[in-house]
Design a protein around this ligand. Structure first.
Ligand code: URP
Ligand code: ZN
Ligand code: ZN
Length: 458
């Protein structure tokens, strides 16, 4: 099976030219001008369109047990929705259960994802209980192609590890050439503020936001960077939201330390004014919460300064009915919101079309940098001969409006209802197959493959 994409404006992290791309089987076979079409090739005319590497979202939670329920997108529905939005590969989080092994958790997640995912996926391993047994398992996970280890510095009693465990994990992961990532917020401080608000009868979603002020994230980001610097491990902060936290990363660069930073699309585009006095704000109850316009400005600048390398989603959807678990107490609202489908179009419209970032920067933060940091480059994250033929065609002028009525995520509200965007993804290829075309899914349940990952190559 061959596909010839003709006359598109092909953009990678380091090139921008009008040319053709020929795919053969699952990979890219040729790139050039006026490529002849093989007899059996399907020809796609990309005149007037941009052709980009398939998106990589390294922060999604699919079918994840959390706060007494499960995130509502399965590996099937979540990766299908991702494909509609140009994200061809996602990295999902396996959660170790405290008192249990990493292997048990991996087996559980494999049971949910294998044979069901529509798009490609990989796993991070979230270490929630670092002990001598866990230490022994780190090398086994690396051998499985799981080279990134997530830590939670919050959610005490469920997911949080303390600094002693953090040091031990970092030392072990460093030995095996892996990467440690962190949900970097101060869990004890947050829990204290939550308790104070509840004691005062302050129970609406807005108090979720007020329980996680900037200092909770800045402190933990600095501490994480310091411990990583001491141990020498590759370090990555997930869903960084604010100026105070980014300043801690800036401080780390002054001692020549590199801490990778991911922000998420919602922190660039939405702000805390969405937390009003009623329950509606539950739609955006996530951790960390939405921040202030000054933080958005810092994050956009951070992208252009190269301090923020990745824009993910932290996709962790809950249906409105699930959000009701916290109707009378914000601390019981399942944390998370839906975003997997619209990350690329939102960032394209608000970033590229509004002149905040260049098309190349867009490719870097939506695809290439994640591929390099998480050990998938150059198989994923670029357009080059031999790479997987994961390609996204965007019509840069086409306008459309986001709505829960038309999205593919398994959730009955949209965090961006009514947002009007410029730039529509028209066609998506995954490993040489047309996966989405004109709004229709062309590949089925089970087409998605688990991607074994290697070491950081950034
Ligand atoms: O609110 C969030 N972020 N939910 C998912 C779990 C996490 O902290 O990433
Ligand atoms: Zn988190
Ligand atoms: Zn998350």
């Amino acid at each position: 099976m061959a596909i010839l994409i003709k006359n598109g404006r092909v953009i990678t992290a380091d090139s921008d030219s009008i040319c053709d791309i020929l795919t053969e089987g699952e990979t890219i076979a040729a790139i050039g001008r006026n490529l002849p079409a093989p007899a059996d090739a399907q020809v796609i005319d990309a005149t007037g369109k941009l052709v980009l590497p398939g998106g990589i979202d390294p922060h999604v939670h699919l079918d994840m047990p959390f706060m007494g329920t499960f995130s509502s997108d399965t590996h099937e529905t979540g990766t299908r929705a991702a494909l509609h939005g140009g994200t061809t590969t996602v990295i999902d989080f396996v959660l170790q259960k405290q008192g249990h092994s990493l292997r048990e958790a991996l087996t559980e997640w494999q049971g949910r994802a294998t044979g069901t995912a529509v798009g490609d996926y990989s796993f991070h391993m979230a270490v929630t209980d670092f002990n001598p047994g866990t230490r022994e398992e780190i090398k086994d996970m690396v051998a499985e192609g799981i080279t990134s280890f997530k830590t939670f510095m919050a959610y005490k009693g469920a997911l949080m590890i303390d600094d002693a465990q953090m040091v031990g994990l970092m030392q072990e992961v460093r030995k095996h050439g892996g990467l440690v990532t962190a949900h970097a917020t101060n869990g004890d401080l947050i829990d204290t503020l939550i308790a104070q608000h509840r004691a005062a009868g302050q129970l609406t979603p807005r108090y979720h936001y007020l329980s996680q002020p900037e200092v909770t994230e800045a402190e933990a980001s600095g501490r994480f960077a310091d411990i990583a610097n001491y141990t020498g491990v590759n370090a990555y902060i997930v869903h960084l939201t604010c100026e105070g936290a980014l300043n801690q990363v800036r401080r780390a660069t002054e001692r020549n330390q590199r801490v990778f930073v991911e922000t998420c699309i919602q922190y660039l585009l939405l702000d805390a004014s969405l937390y009003g006095e009623d329950f509606e704000g539950a739609k955006w109850v996530m951790s960390p919460p939405l921040r202030e316009p000054k933080d958005q400005a810092t994050l956009w600048a951070g992208i252009n300064q190269g301090l923020v390398q990745v824009v993910g989603t932290d996709h962790c959807p809950f249906r409105w009915e699930q959000k009701q678990m916290g109707r009378d107490d914000f601390s019981k609202i399942p944390n998370g919101h839906p975003a997997i489908e619209h990350r690329m179009e939102l960032l394209f419209s608000e970033g590229v079309m509004k002149g905040r970032i260049s098309p190349q920067r867009f490719v870097e933060v939506t695809s290439t940098n994640a591929a390099k940091i998480f050990g998938m480059f150059p198989r994923k994250g670029t357009i080059s001969i031999g790479a997987d033929a994961d390609l996204v065609l965007i019509d840069p002028k086409k306008k459309h409006t986001i709505s829960a009525a038309t999205h593919h995520m398994n959730v009955d509200y949209s965090a961006y209802e009514g947002h009007e965007l410029t730039g529509k993804i028209t066609t998506v290829l995954l490993r040489g197959q047309v996966a989405v075309d004109a709004g229709e899914t062309k590949v089925g349940r089970g087409y998605g493959q688990f991607i074994k990952r290697g070491k950081v190559s950034f």
